[in-house]
Design a protein around this ligand. Structure first.
Ligand code: 5AD
Ligand code: SF4
Length: 435
């Protein structure tokens, strides 16, 4: 019988791709098969995130739970950003853990499996040109790493300490991977990096790089790829050439993530984000002016150290002005190793809760208005799955609305068809096939 792998993936899309890489390596070299049942797994992997404190606290109770549920002899491995950050402390606090594998060391998954109590967490390790085995969780869309690490120094962010310095993957390797995906019938690629606009500045092997805008052009020339998404760009580095390419290249989906973090220029300076309130608003306005039907998503942190009522009002201002279609909002969480954790004037937790609540209420109103305004619109939808229980095809428009369409079967999964929106709601839109 094949050995079974249970994997839990927390955090961002880079982690999703790292999990796919580990699954691929374990399938090819060790004969593992995936399972959804912890109790029947021979190997349990927790691919962790450390961007905020809560999931890190939860990790240890989770390990305890898996240790109880596992079958005798099953191994537990902790991977990802918290693995990078806490390293051997994880094994010290939880002796049930067999190995710890940092986010920059994914290609060593097979090695650590055979090394009792292995801890591989170097953030200088470069496996960007490693040829991972092939595994994708979707037959329709493919995550493709274009770079690893981050050279920014946002004062709140632990990522540079868990994923190390920024290295771009050579463009020919990226294009090979995109072509392979297209050959397998993939329609959409999602290019991944912590800061995609700085793609190409330092390429592995010291090779000369092309910039992100040029990479987008080359990826869009791959036959069979109909849609390109990417995450995340950095508002500071969204230059005119990039925005014009985004707006005019028909293969690039008209949805963009623009992490604001704060609307106050004073706080942005403390965060070392490099842009002002006005710069951000102007960039978003330019994108909207050039790109009909574009949707803009964002991340916002409330209650960064020293944030006053006035600073918070600036954030609400930007939210009102830009009208983000989607938003992830967080309370500031002090992270070890980061400068902001040492800043004075940490905001009172009750004030932080109240601001988060106000921001989310405000955003909900915008979101409801946006959803209601979609009635009657026609979008090209790429269908990703069919739910036979509800009889619904589920897919996304280019501008990233989730759209459901009643259908008797899943034949349309993997294809793009025009859909007219007939019903709007908070979580999904419902439509009918056109024509
Ligand atoms: N506290 C709260 N939120 C954070 N993020 C990153 N670091 C922190 C922190 N210390 C948020 C940012 C980022 C998203 C992935 O997580 O908004 O864009
Ligand atoms: Fe963190 Fe800034 Fe890098 Fe994003 S760009 S991961 S916020 S340091």
């Amino acid at each position: 019988m094949a050995k079974k792998l249970f994997i839990e993936t927390l955090g961002c899309q880079m982690n999703v791709r790292d999990s796919e890489h580990m699954i691929a390596e374990l399938q090819l070299h060790e004969g593992y098969e995936l399972t959804q049942e912890v109790g029947e797994a021979d190997l349990i992997l927790i691919n962790t995130c450390s961007v905020r404190e809560k999931p890190v606290q939860k990790l240890f109770s989770e390990i305890g739970m898996y240790a109880k549920q596992r079958k005798p002899g099953a191994k537990i491995g902790v991977t990802g950003c918290t693995a990078s950050h806490l390293g051997e402390e994880i094994i010290r606090r939880s002796p049930a853990v067999d190995f710890v594998l940092g986010a920059r060391n994914t290609s060593k998954i097979v090695q650590v499996l055979h090394k009792p109590k292995a801890v591989e967490t170097s953030i200088d390790y470069d496996d960007t040109t490693y040829q991972f085995a092939d595994y994708r969780s979707s037959k329709v869309k493919a995550f493709v790493n274009i770079m690893v690490g981050c050279d920014k120094s946002c004062t709140f962010c632990i990522v540079p300490y868990t994923r190390g310095e920024e290295i771009s993957i050579p463009d020919d390797l990226i294009l090979d991977e995109v072509r392979r995906a297209a050959d397998q019938g993939i329609k959409e690629v999602i290019l991944l990096g912590q800061n995609v606009n700085s793609y190409g500045r330092r390429v592995s092997g010291g090779r000369k790089g092309i910039g992100f805008t040029e990479l987008l052009r080359r990826v869009s020339r791959v036959d069979g790829i109909e849609r390109i998404r990417f995450t995340s760009p950095h508002p500071l580095h969204m230059d005119d050439e990039f925005i014009e390419e985004f707006a005019s290249n028909p293969k690039i989906c008209k949805n963009i993530h623009m992490p604001l973090q704060s609307g106050s220029t004073r706080i942005l300076r403390q965060m070392r984000r490099g842009y002002t309130k006005e710069w951000f608003i102007e960039r978003a306005a330019k994108i909207r002016a050039l790109t009909p039907d574009v949707t803009i998503g964002t991340d916002i942190i409330v209650a960064f150290p020293g944030e006053s009522e006035e600073d918070f009002a600036d954030t609400l201002d930007v939210v009102r002005e830009v009208g983000f279609e989607t938003m992830f909002s967080f309370k500031y969480s002090p992270r070890p190793l980061t400068p902001a954790a040492q800043f004075p004037n940490q905001v009172d937790p009750e004030v932080a809760d109240a601001r988060l609540w106000r921001l989310q209420e405000f955003q909900q109103e915008i979101h409801d208005r946006v959803a209601a305004a979609q009635a009657g619109k026609v979008y090209d939808v790429l269908f990703e799955e069919y739910n036979s229980e509800t009889g619904m095809l589920i897919g996304r428009s280019g501008n990233n609305f989730m759209i459901r369409v009643p259908a008797s079967d899943g034949r349309l999964v993997g294809s793009i068809a025009p859909v007219k929106i007939v019903k709007t709601g908070r979580h999904a839109l419902t439509g009918e096939l056109e024509g």
